[in-house]
Design a protein around this ligand. Structure first.
Ligand code: DX5
Ligand code: ZN
Length: 215
């Protein structure tokens, strides 16, 4: 079954606990936490503290998406804060292999995210040691942007590469997901939908139904 990873980027932070409880009850699989530094992307969100706070109130998988540059100086803090999966953009640091090793040694899952202006082959050297690849279908930085359909081929390419090499990463898609674009991604073999504004702009009591219809 397709996994759903709602992004709290579009949540009202004053109601974060309530929001996470509602997502928890509505059958979400992961909680996607977008960390932006105003440097790798032109927007600032939150740091490891928010991961720590979420950890206290949910046992869902915390799917942390780092949009920061560099990555390595901060990775330990995100591990210690209680992340379950940490994905980063490999071009944002000189030592992506080292970062993956640190994450793996901590006993949690490492992932990478592929910016729309990067190619799948650019990062193939990392695939053997990661558990998640996020295909970005918007330029990272903001919620509520339009889905870039020209990125979808990366999903089916990754499905093929995984099969040929017996890799065991899951493929996630992030950006502009709604009922229509979810279907396109599922048809191309995606495993996880990261979803922000389409879900979080709705009434909390509708989350369960929307998640079911996305699946
Ligand atoms: C964008 C973030 C996404 C964002 C998705 O840089 O990585 O996770 O929250 O939001 P929507 O679903 O609104 O595109
Ligand atoms: Zn994200």
């Amino acid at each position: 079954m397709i996994k759903i990873s709602p992004s709290i980027l579009s949540a009202d932070l004053l109601e974060l606990e309530d929001e996470i409880n509602s997502l928890d009850k509505s059958g979400a699989d992961y909680i996607h936490i977008d960390i932006m530094d105003g440097h790798y992307v032109p927007n600032i969100t939150f740091g490891p503290n928010i991961v720590r706070s979420c950890r206290k109130i949910t046992s869902k998988i915390l799917d942390v998406h780092l949009m920061i540059k560099p990555v390595e100086p901060y990775i330990r803090e995100f591990i210690d804060a209680g992340s379950d999966i940490i994905s980063f953009h490999p071009e944002a640091d000189e030592n992506p292999e080292g970062i993956i090793e640190i994450i793996n040694k901590a006993g949690i899952n490492a992932g990478i995210a592929i910016h729309p202006n990067k190619n799948v082959v650019d990062f193939e050297f990392l695939f053997k040691s990661i558990k998640q690849i996020i295909v970005m279908t918007v330029v990272p930085g903001f919620g509520g942007q339009k889905f870039m359909e020209d990125q979808v081929k990366k999903i089916s390419d990754l499905v093929n590469i995984r099969k040929l090499n017996n890799f065991d990463f899951e493929i996630s898609v992030d950006g502009g997901i709604n009922n229509d674009t979810a279907k396109i991604c599922i048809d191309n073999g995606v495993d996880i939908l990261s979803i922000g504004s389409f879900l979080l702009s709705q009434d909390k009591n509708k989350y369960g139904n929307i998640i079911n219809s996305l699946r």
